[in-house]
Ligand binder design. Structure first.
Ligand code: HEC
Length: 333
């Protein structure tokens, strides 16, 4: 194989591993009240732009095809008869553009804040190239941190506080709300609400460096009971590791704990995703792979091949080390 076929064959396994082949193609179908008005606005603007383009094409074609003999002499001298069409065109355009402006401002106002008090507040911090998710609670023992997967109760507005640890990123869940930037040194606000249970794909939508395209996340909308159960489970720290996996935990402490936290253990690194409930998540490394034990080991050994320039080094492990680390990671439910 040469040329393009060879290139595509080389890319094949990488795409095959991606979690969802067409993750954002639902953006024309809003799934909540923060997204519906802007989606309608998008449709209306597209319709108007298409209509204007077609009208201009028709007028242009008519002008080109019009026989010269039918042009009246006074039109050639640019008197008021010819100028009248310019006045009409400018007038119609101005009225149409003003109407659109009013519609746009009304739409922005309608999605600026939810009509009800948000059911909860989630703080999202964007990092090169993953998302830290924090659930605050008045009772501090219920506060917890997770990564790349936001769970929300269905049918309730959720306030999202957005910040950045490094450069400008943008938080975008097309089906649930418009884009909002995360800006270093500033806290921006967004709100999301899902009408139905399900998984909604999100993506960083502001170019932020080499792995911008692999900076995805998911919003999982659950019924009230499932959400409460998830939240209670996430708030728990890990119990002490038992004898079988102590070697793996020791290895984790030596090689990984400088960056990663596992609550309930001595691993308190702050520069990487919290791994306390690693196996409760659907995807790995901000959507680069599905979360399976094999992919976890693949990621640890080849992070720099899978996500070049990411801030996790590829870590060489012997076969017994990989087995004991994997056994320990499998307890992180
Ligand atoms: C120098 C810091 C650093 C070290 C050391 C490190 N990691 Fe990471 N790790 C990261 C960063 C940063 C990410 C996020 C990468 C991304 O998605 O771009 C990450 C991501 C991960 C993920 C994916 C988490 C998720 O929810 O998507 C796993 C699993 C992981 N690391 C396991 C390990 C293990 C096991 C070790 C030790 C053998 C280790 N890491 C060592 C920085 C580190």
């Amino acid at each position: 194989m040469r040329g393009w076929p060879a290139c595509l064959a080389a890319l094949g396994p990488r795409f095959a591993r991606a979690a969802d082949p067409a993750p954002l193609d639902y953006f024309l179908h809003a799934a909540g009240p923060a997204a519906a008005p802007t989606m309608h606005l998008g449709w209306v603007m597209t319709a108007i732009a298409s209509g204007v383009t077609m009208l201009i094409a028709v007028l242009l074609a008519a002008a080109i095809l019009r026989k010269r003999s039918t042009v009246r002499p006074h039109e050639l001298h640019g008197d008021h008869g010819g100028l009248m069409w310019i006045y009409i065109g400018t007038g119609v355009s101005s009225v149409a553009l003003f109407a659109i402006l009013v519609y746009v401002l009304g739409t922005l106002e309608s999605v600026a804040a939810p009509s009800r008090t948000p059911a909860l507040t989630v703080t999202v911090t964007a990092y090169d190239w993953w998302w830290k998710i924090e659930y605050d609670d008045d009772d501090h023992t219920h506060h917890f941190v997770t990564a790349n997967e936001i769970h929300i109760p269905v049918g309730a507005p959720v306030k999202v506080l957005l910040q950045s640890a490094d450069v400008i990123h943008a938080f975008w869940v097309p089906q649930l709300a418009g884009k909002t930037q995360t800006i270093p040194g500033q806290v921006n606000e967004q709100w999301i609400e899902a009408d139905h249970e399900g998984v909604y794909r999100g993506q960083c939508s502001q170019f932020c460096g080499a792995q911008h395209a692999h900076m995805a996340f998911e919003v999982v909308a659950q019924n009230a009971n499932d959400f409460a159960a998830w939240r209670a489970q996430q708030a728990q720290a890990q119990p002490p590791a038992n004898g079988n996996v102590a070697a793996g935990q020791h290895l984790f402490h030596d090689r990984c704990a400088g960056c990663h936290t596992i609550r309930g253990t001595d691993a308190v690194g702050m520069q990487a995703p919290d791994l306390t409930h690693l196996n409760s998540r659907r995807l790995l490394a901000a959507g680069a792979m599905t979360n399976t034990p094999a992919h976890q080991l693949d990621w640890i050994a080849r992070a720099q091949q899978i996500k070049p320039d990411s801030l996790m080094p590829s870590i060489a492990l012997s076969v017994p080390e990989a087995a004991s680390l994997s056994a320990y990671l499998s307890t992180l439910r």
